[in-house]
Design a protein around this ligand. Structure first.
Ligand code: GDP
Ligand code: GDP
Length: 437
């Protein structure tokens, strides 16, 4: 289940500051890419054992009170539709403004949990001033925080995660691959889905999402059942014409979190854009299977035998060299490699569920480790004794050793590369842990 926290409120109250505090800043190599962080309005965070996505509406909402009825109102409503918890932020320095009241009126319309946060409560005086906002009458409790210093954010997070849904195991579709087709408008998602589904032998059933616009469809192809989440219809909704970008990002996150495998579709003539990079990075963080589909390959002129390889190299450069993410070049209109693309997605699903028997993994990897043991640190020898795959949804491996704290990132990468070399994990992020034994 997707836990999404949306931060709403008028400009300048400190939404982006809180956002930056809630997300993990060093979560992925890709975040350091220029051009990626700048237009990032959502990020990945966790508190205790709960994981969530934070949406900062600040980057989108820039207007003043007289613009409220237009753009702002729509943005906030969209955020509220998609979020599981709404953080409504006000400013205890400035106190209550007309615009706050406008926001409050919109926020009041939701039946989702709302948390009122009075920011800039940097000292006792301002904490007292936060009480003014009880007059909004939205909640019984107001959280005075300082997004700058972080004070009060621990209590706030405890409260936010208490609203998250429990991770139920009642998924009726367990075992069936859930494949989300993601990508920017016009990449070719609808055409792809139409072509694929036009060829399936039996469409098992079709269910429109209850509160969402994405449609989950069950298909059977080559005797294999799977569920496709289609995010393509988004821009066709006239009511969101003005904030397509915002809406499509949020839809994508939602679909991503509910999926096993993400197919990120890119228009070859435009190349990978920062939103695509963000989606890939998020999929990796969530431990989802990922593949990149470079569509409209027919439109790329003067192709030589090297064109695809060079294109792929440029993409790997942008995504932090994550070469385990496969790239497939397709043309939906020319029907080139589109069924291979589906097969690849299903293959990635299988890889994600791969469980290697403990004896096998020890037989193979301990030999490699013996050949190239972890370098001694501070005169201490590190001995890896055995390895086991943990029973988790994303393939995770625990290496038991005498001094886990001395194993460094390069050796961890070495181990990951050996695992990938010996076992088939194409398209799947791996997690590696070192434990004391
Ligand atoms: P947004 O427009 O709501 O996203 O607001 P920003 O996060 O950009 O913050 C607006 C201004 O308020 C910036 O100058 C921040 O440095 C400042 N600010 C944010 N949080 C705090 C805080 O806790 N205390 C104080 N004193 N200033 C803050
Ligand atoms: P979506 O917004 O991602 O669902 O994209 P659409 O499926 O609506 O496609 C956008 C446009 O690109 C349409 O005009 C399609 O006919 C065209 N298109 C889709 N795939 C290809 C392709 O492989 N090659 C070419 N030349 N055009 C394509």
């Amino acid at each position: 289940m997707a836990n999404i926290v949306a931060i709403v409120g008028r400009p300048n109250v400190g939404k982006s500051t809180l956002f930056n505090r809630l997300i993990e800043k060093k979560q992925a190599i890709m975040d350091d890419q220029p051009g990626v962080t700048r237009d990032r309005h959502y990020g990945f965070g966790h508190w205790t054992d709960k994981y969530f996505t934070v949406i900062d509406t600040g980057g989108y909402v820039t207007g003043s009170a007289d613009q409220f009825e237009g753009e702002i109102r729509k943005q906030v409503k969209t955020a509220m539709e998609e979020a599981s918890v709404i953080v409504f932020m006000v400013d205890s320095h400035v106190g209550m403004t007309d615009l706050d009241k406008e926001f409050a009126n919109v926020v009041r319309e939701t039946n989702k949990p709302v948390v009122v946060v009075a920011n800039k409560a940097d000292n006792l005086e301002y904490q007292m001033m936060a009480n003014e906002f009880y007059a909004l009458g939205i909640t019984d409790e107001i959280f005075p925080i300082s997004a700058n210093s972080g004070s009060g954010t621990g209590d706030l997070l405890d409260h936010i995660i208490s609203h998250f849904e429990e991770q139920g195991d009642e998924n009726p579709h367990e075992g069936i691959p859930r494949i989300a087709i993601l990508g920017r408008p016009n990449a070719g998602k609808s055409s792809f889905l139409n072509t694929i589904t036009g060829n399936v032998r039996s469409i098992v059933n079709e269910e429109a999402g209850t509160t969402r616009d994405a449609v989950d469809t069950h298909y059977k192809m080559y005797g294999q059942n799977f569920i496709l989440t289609d995010t393509a219809g988004i821009r066709r909704k006239s009511r969101v014409k003005e904030n397509i970008e915002f809406y499509s990002v949020m839809r994508s996150i939602q679909a991503l979190q509910d999926s096993d495998v993400c197919v990120v579709m890119v228009d070859a003539t435009r190349g990978l854009e920062s939103q695509d990079v963000n989606i890939i990075s998020l999929a990796v963080k969530y431990g989802k299977g990922v593949m990149i589909m470079i569509n409209k390959w027919d439109l790329v002129q003067d192709k030589s035998s090297n064109t695809a390889k060079e294109y792929a190299d440029r993409i790997y450069e942008r995504i932090g060299d994550l070469r385990y993410i496969p790239i497939i070049f397709t043309s939906v209109t020319e029907k080139q490699r589109i069924f291979q693309a589906m097969e690849l997605a299903v293959k990635i699903f299988e890889n994600k569920n791969r469980k290697i028997p403990t004896s096998k993994i020890n037989d193979i990897l301990l030999k490699e480790i013996e050949k190239t043991p972890p370098p001694a640190t501070k005169g201490k020898y590190i001995k890896i004794k055995y390895i086991t795959q943990l029973p988790s949804k994303t393939p995770s491996f625990a290496f038991f050793c005498n001094l886990p704290q001395y194993i460094k990132a390069p050796y961890q990468r070495f181990l990951e590369n050996r695992i990938r070399e010996k076992f088939e994990f194409t398209g799947v992020p791996l997690k590696i842990f070192f434990r004391k034994k």
